[in-house]
Ligand binder design. Structure first.
Ligand code: AMP
Length: 172
């Protein structure tokens, strides 16, 4: 068993009471652990001809960009509203309380480009599912998704939109 999981720190009641926040900063600051975690996230996609990794703001950028470098493909950001400078497509999705929105550049990739969606934590699954819908509306061929940590008790996996693989490097 690799020892990178021990460098993910649990912070109780952050950012709100009742949330056990997975703090990845100790993992990121350790070169060997960061590399091992990125390798674990990239491994399922290594033999596929990916055009790009699609990373979700903000911690999905860190793992997504590192995975893109490791897999030898490009990187496309999915961002919070108003952050991307050119024409965007947006997707609204429900949160436990309220709603949120994410955006992608309308011309991010040519139609049919194979991609993998990446984020750090799968909780309720709403963010990852919305990102997959958005990527498909842009014309991307979503081959699957990789997350660093899946919070199994929240069953976010059930919201993943289809049969494409959802890979978690660590189940918590
Ligand atoms: P969800 O849409 O509920 O799956 O939430 C996933 C998004 O919220 C990801 O972008 C995570 O970075 C963040 N997130 C949700 N829950 C946690 C948690 N317990 N620890 C760290 N990040 C979380």
């Amino acid at each position: 068993m690799p020892d990178w999981p021990r460098l993910i720190r649990d912070i109780p009641d952050y950012p709100r009471p009742g949330i056990m926040f997975k703090d990845i900063t100790p993992l990121l600051s350790d070169a060997a652990a960061f590399a091992a975690a990125v390798d674990a996230m990239a491994a399922p996609w290594r033999s596929l001809p990916l055009h790009a990794v699609v990373g979700i703001e903000s911690r999905g950028f860190i793992f997504g960009a590192a995975m893109a470098r490791s897999l030898g493909c490009g990187f496309v950001p999915i961002r919070k509203p108003g952050k991307l400078p050119a024409r965007t497509l947006g997707e609204d999705y429900a949160l436990e309380y309220g709603h949120d929105r994410i955006e992608i550049h309308a011309d991010a990739l040519p139609r049919g480009a194979p991609v993998v969606i990446v984020d750090d934590v799968l909780a309720t699954g709403g963010t990852l599912a919305a990102a997959a819908r958005l990527a498909r509306r842009q014309g991307m061929d979503v081959l699957g998704a990789s997350v660093l940590v899946e919070l199994g008790a929240l069953d976010g996996r059930s919201r993943w939109p289809d049969a494409s693989p959802l890979h978690a490097a660590l189940a918590a």
